[in-house]
Design a protein. Structure first.
Length: 332
């Protein structure tokens, strides 16, 4: 059975004397709180699921009979569709929620919305919300498993996981790997998840941005800040370009988009200074011509489409593991 095969792959063993690693977290709220062992366990579990997407019948019975709710209070294309596809491939029933067409538009609170959904018999909630900490709040309101699909400026753990998964496919050992996260870091929850995940797996993380787009509290993060992209680009093994989030920026943070592109955009000319085998990434959506030129985004060093593909496998792994934690708890 596919389910049994996946379960075997998801358990990490080293020697006969080493106890099996067992995932026990009912929720995935961020990468900051995960251990190195937990991170590796998710990534290794995702490997077992990636092959399902290449089969003629793209289904596994793992979550048959379970109900997954995509509780999205922000617009999304990749993340929502990726979770929908991941849940469907695990044979779960999927309920799509959109705030604009729900009772939220009439004043219903997040807590009441979640409790009403729970009354319908849901098992897993995937939440995306503009308020940091919204997924944490839900863990205190309902009994379902909660997966953070992006909350405020806090974290976007599954995006961080799929980014790391994509890097590990090309560079299995992250120890000493130099990764530059470039762009609008101040407003990026993706950056924060990447920072914590990469650091715990041994990578060296550089944040590259103008001072106005650097996050507060940077001195407490395990990163090296840099304000000149050209100074460090030749040393980097990975370039993770971030979108400038104009919808979150309240005032002008740089003189012009032309100047930003000239100083911090990944252009064809700038790529000439990078390592020949440098990995180019972007979580999407892309502002082509601003943070990255089309020739680079579609070039041989780009893993952007692989990131999208890997996102389904990673989210399948997360859905499987949080459900597994509930099953194990019930067996006690």
């Amino acid at each position: 059975m596919v389910e049994k095969t996946i379960e075997k792959r998801s358990v990490k063993t080293t020697t006969k004397n080493t106890p099996k690693f067992i995932w026990r977290r009912k929720h995935l709220l961020g990468l900051q709180d995960l251990s190195r062992e937990e991170l590796i366990h998710i990534l290794d579990t995702a490997k077992g699921f990636k092959g399902i997407s290449k089969r003629s019948v793209k289904k596994a019975p793992t979550l048959r009979g379970k109900v997954v709710v995509n509780l999205f209070f922000e617009d999304s294309t990749r993340t929502r569709n990726s979770f929908t596809l991941a849940a469907s491939r695990l044979s779960a029933d999927v309920l799509e929620f959109t705030a604009k067409t729900s009772s939220v538009s009439k004043g219903e609170t997040l807590r009441d919305t979640a409790r009403n959904l729970e009354a319908m018999g849901i098992d897993i909630v995937v939440i995306r919300h503009s308020a940091g900490g919204a997924p944490h709040l839900l863990t205190r309101c309902i009994d379902a498993c909660i997966i953070n699909a992006g909350d405020g400026y806090h974290e976007h753990p599954t995006q961080g996981l799929l980014d790391i998964f994509s890097i590990r496919e090309l560079r299995p050992d992250l120890s000493g790997l130099k990764v530059a996260i470039v762009g609008d870091i101040a407003h990026s929850r993706v950056a924060r998840s990447n920072i914590w995940g990469l650091h715990k797996l041994g990578a060296e993380v550089y944040l590259v941005a103008p001072p106005t787009l650097m996050p507060s509290g940077i001195e407490k993060m395990p990163v090296t800040p840099c304000y000149n992209f050209d100074e460090i680009i030749g040393q980097m093994d990975v370039l993770n370009m971030l979108r400038v989030q104009f919808e979150r920026i309240g005032s002008s943070v740089f003189p012009s988009v032309l100047e930003y592109s000239r100083l911090f955009g990944l252009t064809v000319e700038r790529m000439k200074r990078a390592k020949k085998d440098v990995i180019v990434m972007h979580p999407g959506p892309l502002n082509r011509g601003l943070e990255i030129e089309s020739e680079v985004a579609d070039g041989p060093n780009s893993t952007i489409l692989q990131q999208v593909s890997n996102g389904v496998a990673v989210r399948m792994a997360v859905l499987f593991l949080v459900n597994q934690a509930v099953v194990l708890e019930k067996k006690k």
